[in-house]
Design a binder for this molecule. Structure first.
Ligand SMILES: C[S@@+](CC[C@H](N)C(=O)[O-])C[C@H]1O[C@@H](n2cnc3c(N)ncnc32)[C@H](O)[C@@H]1O
Length: 231
């Protein structure tokens, strides 16, 4: 975890530029998540954003649902500070956004939520058990009919598919002007720091835990958005 924190601390100020050049259709991914957050007009749903980074999802939630109450969690204070600066001109009232500096895998949820979102962050949880425990914790703290929506990097269901996905991802990075050396470093970092799982496993775990209406909402090779509801 220390390595992951160090990297995001170093990247905090440039993250918004880096992510667009690193993740294919990053904007579409965010939109696919926000599209799942359907609430009655003028309501104030409680929404939790895990691994919020520089607050891009939070910003787009507030644009779409201006009265939402947000809790945003990240373990890198420099990322949270960028998020805070970004959101300051969008919030409608004091304390509309709670900023929590914490490791979300250890953080004790302190209220029930109408929605939990997490983009490009759950792959930092190391083991299958860590991922399932995290989903269980989310399920427990969702309100009835609340939604979980996750965007993340995934594996294929076999080696051949996974290799194809990586090939496509590397092509995207070349097209976005990363040098050969930079791509090699980034792929090495992916290999040593990231622990993605297959989409089918994620969907299976959600159903096992009790989520309903489990589905994949968007996908481009090894990037996908999925989720489910509580009851
Ligand atoms: C790739 S960024 C994604 C940021 C944001 N969700 C987005 O889509 O732009 C991953 C973020 O998750 C945070 N993160 C990773 N693991 C975490 C953990 N266990 N607890 C809290 N934050 C975590 C990192 O600090 C980083 O800001």
């Amino acid at each position: 975890m220390k390595k992951v924190q160090k990297h995001f601390k170093q990247e905090a100020l440039d993250f918004d530029e880096i992510i667009k050049r690193s993740i294919p259709f990053y904007r579409q991914m965010l939109e696919a998540i926000i599209d799942q957050l359907i609430f009655p007009k003028n309501s104030s749903p409680e929404i939790l954003d895990l691994g919020t980074g520089t607050g891009e999802i939070a910003k787009n939630i507030l644009i779409r649902i201006p009265d939402a109450n947000l809790t945003i969690v990240d373990f890198v204070p420099e990322m949270l500070q960028v998020a805070k600066n970004k959101l300051s001109s969008i919030v409608r009232r004091k304390n509309q956004v709670r900023y929590i500096e914490a490791d979300f895998s250890k953080w004790k949820f302190d209220q029930p939520y109408d929605a939990v979102v997490a983009n490009l962050t759950l792959h930092h949880l190391k083991t299958e058990r860590d991922k399932k425990v995290n989903y269980q914790m989310i399920f427990k703290n969702l309100k009835s009919s609340g939604i979980l929506c996750v965007g993340d990097i995934i594996l294929g269901t076999d080696k051949m598919l996974t290799e194809l996905y990586i090939e496509k991802w590397i092509k995207f990075q070349f097209a976005n002007k990363w040098s050969k050396k930079e791509i090699a470093e980034r792929m090495q970092r992916y290999k040593t720091e990231d622990c993605p799982a297959s989409l089918v496993n994620h969907l299976k775990w959600l159903e096992e835990i009790g989520f309903v209406k489990v589905d994949c909402f968007w996908k481009y090779y090894n990037f996908a958005v999925w989720g489910g509801r509580k009851g």
